[in-house]
Design a protein around this ligand. Structure first.
Ligand code: SAH
Ligand code: F3S
Length: 490
């Protein structure tokens, strides 16, 4: 099991989700308890609030990029009111746990953490504990019952009210205070959101999901899809760029459906963002194979100066029978057609995928179909997960009939295949030049620097601290399955 990392220094690279390596946990996706500890002095704003100013906050984030974004938003709102952030939970007056429900494992970790907090609560009167995000939304009442010493429970659609809820607790409101209403209006959050690096930002352009993949809990924790208007997104992007952001990653569960509720679409949004001065790189995640349109590939090719040639488009399975049971809305053949269109209309585009192994009824033959699909379109990288039944999802009614041992074995085989493909694809880059956005010193070798190429490949190279946030050109001299190695040429 991985340990929770300590506070990441401001210019450190984002935690690598990468390929889930054999040493990594196949149940786990995304961040495993990343501590958010921005610079307190920089946060103290003009709107300091007497009930919040001086509060020392330890903010722990589990889950996906949307959760990171939500944490940044809440940190920004609290920081503006004068709260500070600490890397050690023991030093905090307020512990916030931002939670993920996507697999049982993610929830179990939070439950065990909340169990341990009981002693801390007894020992330190005045120490507050808040649970926010997907588990708060889905399990709020159960959390309040099982862990009555939790002070505040804030669901996915009430996060913008976090400071006011904290004020109410400080004024003596009864606890646990539960805020899990499903308001129809989604608050997207403003540039007040703090960021791990000053030059990279996430920006949620849709919230929620209208799909009903039978395995997935997201539609129930985050509600129906709502888009943020183009002008709003562009205004926000301008503010971020003025604040030093050069790389913007747009977030949405199925980002290709952006704007359907507004009469807009992703490619017009990309065109509008392309004009924002100061921005150098625009990315977006996550793509749904059934929703990608040729107009998008054309726009990506046209706007290649800033829109990076990379999509994260989960296939989930290569078996049509399994895809049907998952209600993914496409077949293996259709997925390959979408990949072919993307590659022909936007040359050089690279694809990352997600896969679930051991879904209900997945036979050996079904699993082999996943392997052959992977082998056919050769994704640059993949996240591979063992199926985990989620309460309240349609698939809960299907038998979880693939033994855990078999899930593990399939996970291992798929990972091995992806590692081989990644290594082969990375080796093809040797001798070529990558344009890299420098993130910071390498975690493993402080003499080296780390950044990402246009298609999100991790690149290690020689450099110096002044380069953080800059685009450099690196000649690739070596490759592993996870990264490229190179020398800076300018
Ligand atoms: N569209 C979303 C998907 C959210 S879940 C996005 O923005 O990424 C992320 C991935 O977790 C999914 O693509 C799927 O591969 C995996 N996943 C979701 N529910 C799961 C479950 N019940 N068991 C195992 N893996 C699951
Ligand atoms: Fe989940 Fe499927 Fe939406 S994986 S987030 S229901 S597209």
């Amino acid at each position: 099991m991985k340990h929770e990392p300590l506070a990441t220094p401001a210019a450190a690279p984002a935690p690598e989700r990468g390929i889930e390596g054999p040493g990594q946990d196949p149940d786990h996706c995304g961040l495993e308890g990343t501590v958010y500890a921005p610079d307190a002095a920089a946060l103290a704003g003009s709107r300091a609030h007497p009930l919040i100013a001086g509060t020392k906050v330890h903010l722990l984030t589990y889950g996906c990029q949307m959760n990171v974004y939500d944490s940044e938003m809440v940190a920004g709102l609290l920081g503006e009111r004068g709260a500070g952030f600490v890397a050690e939970p023991e030093a905090a007056d307020l512990l916030i746990v931002n939670t993920c429900s996507v697999r049982a494992h993610a929830e179990d970790r939070v439950y065990s953490r909340l169990g341990r907090i009981k002693f801390e609560k007894r020992r330190r009167p005045g120490f507050l504990v808040a649970v926010m995000g997907c588990m708060a939304q889905k399990e709020g009442e159960r959390i309040a019952e099982r862990f009555p010493y939790v002070d505040l429970i804030v669901g996915t659609r009430q996060l913008h009210r976090f400071p006011q809820l904290l004020e109410r607790i400080r004024e003596g409101a009864p606890t646990p205070l539960l805020a899990i209403d499903e308001t129809p209006d989604v608050n997207f959050g403003e540039t007040v959101a703090r960021r791990e690096t000053p030059f990279q930002a996430y920006l949620a352009v849709t919230r929620g999901c209208n799909k009903r993949c039978t395995f997935c809990v997201v539609p129930y924790t985050r509600g129906p899809e709502v888009s943020r208007p183009v002008e709003d997104v562009v205004a926000e992007a301008r503010r971020l760029a003025a604040d030093g952001v050069v790389e913007l990653t747009l977030l949405g569960q199925t980002i290709d459906t952006y704007g359907y509720d507004l009469g807009a679409n992703l490619w017009t949004l990309l065109r509008a963002l392309h004009g924002v001065e100061g921005l150098k790189r625009i990315r977006f995640i996550t793509s749904h194979p059934e929703e990608c349109r040729d107009d998008l590939w054309r726009a990506m090719a046209d706007l290649g100066g800033k829109v990076m040639p990379f999509i994260h488009m989960p296939a989930q399975s290569g078996s049509n029978a399994v895809l049907r049971r998952m209600a993914r809305g496409y077949t293996r053949e259709r997925y390959l057609d979408v990949v072919a269109s993307a590659r022909s209309l936007c040359p050089g585009i690279e694809i990352a995928s997600d896969w679930i192994v051991g879904f209900s009824g997945e036979s050996d033959a079904d699993f082999e179909r996943s392997l052959t699909l992977m082998e056919t379109f050769r994704p640059q990288m993949s996240y591979i997960f063992k199926y985990s039944v989620r309460e309240g999802t349609p698939a809960q009614r299907l038998p979880d009939d693939v033994p855990d041992e078999v899930k593990k074995e399939r996970h291992r085989r798929m990972l091995e295949l992806q590692e081989r493909i990644s290594l082969e694809l990375n080796r093809e880059r040797v001798g070529q030049v990558e344009e890299v956005l420098v993130e910071g010193p390498s975690k493993t070798d402080p003499a080296r620097f780390t950044g990402r190429g246009r298609a999100r490949r991790l690149v290690h190279f020689s450099g110096d601290a002044a380069l953080a946030g800059k685009l450099v050109r690196v000649e690739v001299t070596g490759a592993t399955g996870l990264s490229l190695l190179g020398e800076r040429i300018e």
